[in-house]
Design a protein around this ligand. Structure first.
Ligand SMILES: NC(=O)c1ccc[n+]([C@@H]2O[C@H](COP(=O)([O-])OP(=O)(O)OC[C@H]3O[C@@H](n4cnc5c(N)ncnc54)[C@H](OP(=O)(O)O)[C@@H]3O)[C@@H](O)[C@H]2O)c1
Length: 309
C-alpha cells in the first residue's frame, strides 16, 4: 500500500511516498480504506522527530485524523465492511499515523461520519474535536461561566468556540481584523483583537477576569492575566505557569482520547446538529504532503488542508 512518511526526520521534503505491506485488522479492529487525512501542526512534530516514536517503527507516518470506508473487519468487530467512518489515529502507536492508504483502527477509535458531510470534511473532526472536548472537561465550567479562547481562528479554536457555546458558556474569542467574519460566525459572545495586550482587552469586558483560558495560540504567560483568581488555564503543549492567585494549570493531551468512541460519536451529532462546522481549507493529493506542510507552517491557513488517497 501507499503511505506518506519519513525515514529520516526533517523538513517538509522528508515526507516521501512509502510502499508498505498491506495491514490487516486484529480482534475488535477494522481496516479503513482511507480517502482523506487532515494535516495538523502535530504532524509536523512527527515529521521532525519531536515525539518519542519508540512504540512505532520507521517509516514514521504522521496524521491523527482519517476518514474512509471500512474494507476489512477483525474478529468481534462491531463495524461492517462498507461503513463510512472517521478515525483518530496515533502516529506513535504500532498502527502508525493516518497518511496511509489503509489504516488499522481499534473499534472504539472510530465513529460514523456525519450525515451530509464528505469524507474530506469528516477527516477534519476527530483530533481537534476530541481536543476541544477534553479542554471543556478540564475547564469544568457551568453554563454562564466565561471561557476565553486564544487562536480562535485556528481549527482547534473554531471547534472549541462552537462546542463551548453549545454548553451554554459565555465565550470571548480573539481575532485579527482579517479573521473577524470567520470568528464571529462561530457565535462567541465577544470578539477582541488578537495580539499584544489581549489580556487587558479581555479585562475591559470582564474586570475581575474570566473563569478559564484555553490557550490554543500558545500565548502562555501573556494570557494568564486574563484569568480571575482561582481560574483555570488550559495549555495545548504542556506549558505550566508559576503558581499564583490560586490558578489551576492544566494541559490537554489528545493522545489519551484514542479509545473515545462515545465522544467521537458526540462530535458526529454536533456536526449533524449544526453546532460544529468542519472546515476544509484545501484538498491535495497525498503525494503533495510536503506542500501541505509548507503551507501549514507558513501560517494563515484557515481550516484544515486534507490529503486524499
Ligand atoms: N495537546 C494536544 O493534544 C493538542 C491537540 C490539538 C492541537 N494542539 C495544539 O494546539 C495548537 C492549535 O492547533 P490548531 O490545529 O488549531 O492550529 P492552527 O489551525 O494552525 O491554529 C492556530 C491559530 O492560532 C493563530 N495564532 C498564531 N499566533 C497567534 C497569536 N499571537 N495570537 C492569536 N492567534 C494566533 C494562528 O493564526 P496564523 O495562521 O495567522 O498564524 C491560527 O489561526 C497547536 O499548537 C497544536 O499543536 C495540541
Amino acid at each position: 500500500m501507499k503511505a506518506i512518511g519519513v525515514t529520516e526526520f526533517g523538513g517538509p521534503e522528508a515526507l516521501q511516498v512509502q510502499d508498505l505491506p498491506d495491514p490487516h485488522p486484529g480482534a475488535k479492529e477494522v481496516r479503513i480504506k482511507v480517502r482523506a487525512a487532515a494535516v495538523s501542526p502535530t504532524d509536523a512534530g512527527v515529521r521532525t522527530g519531536s515525539y518519542d516514536m519508540s512504540q512505532s517503527t520507521s517509516p514514521y507516518l504522521p496524521g491523527m485524523d482519517a476518514a474512509g470506508v471500512v474494507d476489512e473487519v477483525g474478529d468481534g468487530s462491531v463495524w461492517t465492511v462498507g461503513d463510512e467512518v472517521m478515525a483518530i489515529a496515533l502516529p506513535l502507536s504500532e498502527h502508525k499515523g493516518a497518511y496511509t492508504e489503509y489504516l488499522v483502527a481499534p473499534d472504539d477509535s472510530i465513529a460514523r461520519i456525519p450525515a451530509g458531510s464528505s469524507l474530506e470534511q469528516a477527516a477534519t473532526i476527530p483530533m481537534n474535536g476530541l481536543t476541544a472536548v477534553q479542554i471543556l472537561e478540564l475547564a469544568a465550567l457551568e453554563p454562564g461561566q466565561v471561557l476565553a479562547v486564544t487562536g480562535a481562528a485556528g481549527t482547534l479554536g473554531n471547534y472549541l468556540v462552537q462546542l463551548a457555546k453549545q454548553q451554554g458558556l459565555v465565550v470571548v474569542a480573539d481575532a485579527a481584523s482579517k479573521d473577524l467574519e470567520l470568528v464571529r460566525s462561530l457565535g462567541p459572545d465577544h470578539v477582541v483583537e488578537r495580539g499584544d495586550g489581549l489580556a487587558d482587552r479581555i479585562r475591559e469586558i470582564f474586570p475581575d477576569g474570566v473563569d478559564a483560558v484555553a490557550d490554543t495560540a500558545l500565548l502562555h504567560e501573556d494570557a494568564v492575566p486574563a484569568l480571575r483568581d482561582g481560574g483555570v488555564f488550559i495549555a495545548v503543549r504542556g506549558w505550566k505557569g508559576e503558581p499564583a492567585r490560586g490558578i489551576r494549570f492544566e494541559a490537554v493531551w489528545v493522545f489519551s482520547e484514542y479509545h473515545s468512541h462515545d465522544k467521537l460519536d458526540g462530535l458526529r451529532r454536533a456536526v449533524e446538529g449544526g453546532v460544529l462546522t468542519p472546515r476544509v481549507a484545501d484538498v491535495l493529493p497525498a503525494e503533495d504532503a510536503p506542500e501541505a506542510h509548507r503551507r501549514m507552517e507558513a501560517g494563515g491557513v484557515r481550516g484544515r488542508i486534507v490529503l486524499t488517497f
